[in-house]
Ligand binder design. Structure first.
Ligand code: CP
Length: 322
């Protein structure tokens, strides 16, 4: 799966995985593997992005995405600055446009934005000359999550993606992680299954390149991996789920379910976890769980993304010092 040395990254922004070719994806994953090696050294810092500035503009809460972009930028020697809704003038009524123009006036190379509205990252990308990374926008997309999930699977599967099967389980309707992963996994040749109560399947799912199940025991049979999704109670309208205990009984991944998958099946979860609701504590902490591998993969993958966007003006230079 290794990419050509003459490869040139063509994107100013990373808004969704749908903009990426297979070659782009493999280039990000190859670069992330090199950064993963740096992250295992005693001194985890290289000068690659010295003098570059990365702004973490997180209008919606985050632990993993925000922290890992911050760590990623610092490990590449970029200067990183954070702005959240709380403590910013957004809370005084300043618009997204004026906030973005204000940040741009300070000369960032890359802005990573998380926002509860789908399209917020694309809005900034049209407005600003700096690189924009979508750190998750509404239900729409979470491209670096899908890239890090594929990186985690690649650490387990090697380049052997084609013909594998992966089940995405839980609140698909409200999940930007599911949308980005369905596209990216399909691009790499993985057969994707979805399992959820009918009320948590998205409108138009019949047009997605997936097999849909409402029964977990049927869905999990012989899969190579299961990706559990958080039940996003904060995004749901009332009435989609009559009873959380009933949801947990039917859709919480437990040891008896995983026993129906392939013997070496892995479990992923983007986090944060609702233990006992969509994933049992035994499975979350089992050797099959890649949850913390995903977090580590997030740093390496986001280093690759920052590198590609912040050094676009250095196209053609060797990537030897990364
Ligand atoms: N997976 C993910 O996006 O987690 P955070 O909300 O903690 O960033």
């Amino acid at each position: 799966m290794t990419t050509d040395n003459r490869y040139h990254w063509p994107h100013k922004d990373l808004l969704d995985v749908t903009q990426l070719s297979r070659e782009d994806v493999l280039h990000v994953l190859d670069l992330a593997a090199r950064f993963r090696e740096i992250n295992r050294r005693p001194i985890k810092k290289v000068p690659t992005l010295k003098g570059k500035t990365v702004v973490l503009f997180f209008v919606e809460n985050s632990t993993r995405t925000k922290t890992s972009f911050d760590v990623a930028g610092k490990r590449l020697s970029a200067d990183t600055y954070s702005l959240a809704r709380t403590g910013s003038s957004l809370n005084k009524g300043e618009s997204l446009k004026d906030t973005a123009l204000t940040l741009q006036a300070m000369g960032p190379d890359v802005i990573v934005i998380r926002h509860s509205s789908s399209g917020a990252a694309a809005f900034l990308a049209d407005l600003l000359p700096c690189g924009i990374v979508n750190g998750g926008d509404g239900w729409h997309a979470h491209p670096t999550q899908a890239l890090l999930d594929c990186f985690s699977l690649r650490e387990t599967w090697g380049d052997d993606f084609a013909g594998r099967s992966l089940l995405i389980l839980g609140d698909i309707a409200h999940s930007r992680v599911a949308r980005s992963n369905v596209h990216l996994l399909s691009l790499l040749g993985v057969k994707v299954r979805l399992c959820a109560p009918r009320t948590l399947l998205p409108a138009g799912v019949e047009t997605w390149p997936v097999e849909v199940f409402c029964d977990l025991r049927s869905a999990v049979r012989d899969v190579d991996a299961v990706m559990c999704l958080r039940l996003q109670l904060e995004r749901q309208q009332a009435g989609l789920l009559p009873d959380l205990a009933e949801y947990s009984r039917r859709f919480c991944l437990g040891p008896a379910h995983l026993a129906l998958a392939r013997p070496d099946a892995k479990v992923l979860h983007p986090g944060p976890l609702n233990r006992g609701l969509e994933i049992s504590p035994e499975i979350a902490d089992a050797p099959a769980s890649l949850v913390l591998n995903q977090v580590a993969a997030g740093v390496a993958t986001r280093m690759a993304v920052l590198y590609l966007l912040a050094r676009r003006d250095a196209a053609g230079e060797q990537e030897g010092n990364c």
